[in-house]
Design a protein around this ligand. Structure first.
Ligand code: ADP
Length: 406
């Protein structure tokens, strides 16, 4: 079976085309600047690269060119578009309705549309991508894999905010969590690598990218995660503040005469390590480099970043009454030995964690990085959301089911 995985953002589309009999990526690429001047697609197949630079007014037009590349004789993965068996879509918000991946029909489409009020920046482009694929590949099934679904079975004690209950009733204000596909993939891989029973394990997955989140995964289920109603809650991120006292919002609005939109922009786009370094950088590579050279501002930002991660890990050990393994993933988690070591040894010594410096000194490779006698295993597991989406898509189509329960 051949599956095209599509991840539509507001002006970009990431895609991968996979042969699911071998789980091999046949080709992949990124379309950028859709709907704005300078649209282009960078497409790759085994060391070969093709660049398409022409105007793409919307997602449908961009996907039309993507399909041409996928069926291209030289850089494509199939001879004929008829050989594409299914399309898997990353969809950000599945609200309370979706606790697993689903085959998309009209009812699912309207539910995704309905949840746009919870993810106004993300669900609308996801919908555009689904509609475009339905038009461009008629008769080919489409599957939605939600960022929120893996967390949808968190207990109410983890997802309810202590605000008047009527706001939950009226608007479904609660914690949803995101990065679910990554947390699911990484936790499953962790259990496989360690040879432990996923359904009887306590795993903490630490996804550190531009956006970051942590999840407590007990017996194969996410029981808590650091992102909440929106991706703003939780860890200190590249440009997002993470946890803060909500009074800061009203204080800024009053003192600075800011609108809600302005405060939203500050907390989402100008905070995190970018804010802490007074606008220097949101990229942890820059922060680490300056910190290593003794820059006090970047050292403090790094310290705050790592301290927050460690506090969350500590709280999830409490939430699960123990932990078997901690797995680091995504841009920073996969590529920063400094952060992994600082979080684990600097702050988590009480857990009996011991990092093997030699094993930790690696980037982007799946492996255990703790010493054999470390009480808690620590791993580096590169995430692979596309593969997870393709696997779910394949399973739904092959089994002829409507919804997959995790
Ligand atoms: P996204 O959330 O956009 O998918 P990624 O998972 O690609 O983000 O992570 C991007 C971040 O990873 C960058 O902003 C950068 O801070 C971090 N990163 C990448 N390589 C390194 C590295 N070698 N050392 C430290 N941080 C890194």
């Amino acid at each position: 079976m051949r599956v095209l995985v599509v991840n539509c953002g507001s002006s970009s589309i990431k895609y991968q085309f996979l042969d699911m009999d071998t789980e091999q990526v046949l080709c992949k690429g990124l379309a950028e600047r859709i709907g704005i001047p300078g649209s282009k697609i960078v497409h790759k197949k085994e060391g070969q690269k093709a660049v398409v630079e022409k105007p793409m007014k919307d997602h449908e037009e961009a996907l039309k060119y993507v399909l041409e590349l996928v069926a291209d004789e030289k850089v494509g993965g199939v001879k004929d578009l008829k050989e594409i068996n299914a399309v898997g879509h990353r969809v950000v918000h599945g609200g309370e309705k979706f606790s697993g991946s689903v085959l998309i029909d009209e009812e699912v489409m309207s539910a995704i549309e309905e949840y746009s009020y919870l993810a106004p920046l993300h669900n609308p482009p996801n919908i555009m991508g689904i509609k475009a694929m339905m038009k461009l590949l008629p008769g080919v099934p489409n599957v939605a894999v939600f960022d929120t679904a893996f967390h949808s079975k968190m207990p109410a004690k983890a997802y309810l905010y202590a605000i008047p209950y009527e706001y939950y009733r009226k608007y479904k204000i609660r914690r949803y969590g995101f990065h679910g596909t990554s947390h699911r993939y990484v936790s499953k891989r962790t259990a496989e690598i360690l040879g432990i029973d996923y359904n009887k394990s306590k795993i903490i997955t630490v996804h550190l990218g531009n956006g970051s989140s942590i999840a407590a995964i007990m017996n194969g289920r996410s029981i808590d995660t650091s992102m909440g109603f929106t991706p703003l809650e939780g860890l200190v991120m590249g440009t997002r503040s993470g946890d803060l006292d909500p009074s800061i919002v009203t204080f800024l609005m009053e003192r600075e005469g800011m609108t809600s939109e302005e405060v939203y922009t500050i907390l989402n786009k100008k905070s995190g390590v970018l804010g802490l370094t007074d606008g220097f950088s949101s990229d942890m590579r820059d922060i680490e480099e300056r910190a290593l050279n003794g820059d006090p501002v970047c050292s403090l930002a790094l310290d705050i970043y790592e301290y927050r991660i460690a506090k969350y890990i500590g709280s999830y050990v409490a939430a699960m009454n123990g932990v078997d393994a901690i797995a680091f993933t995504a841009g920073v988690g996969e590529n920063s030995p400094v952060t992994r070591k600082a979080v684990c040894e600097h702050y988590l010594g009480y857990l009996g964690i011991c990092i093997d410096d030699g094993k930790n000194n690696i980037k982007g490779e799946e492996r255990v990085i703790s010493t054999p006698d470390s009480k808690v295993k620590v791993l580096l597991v590169p995430t692979n959301e596309e593969l997870m989406i393709a696997r779910d898509t394949k399973e739904i189509i092959e089994k002829g089911i409507k919804q997959l329960e995790y």
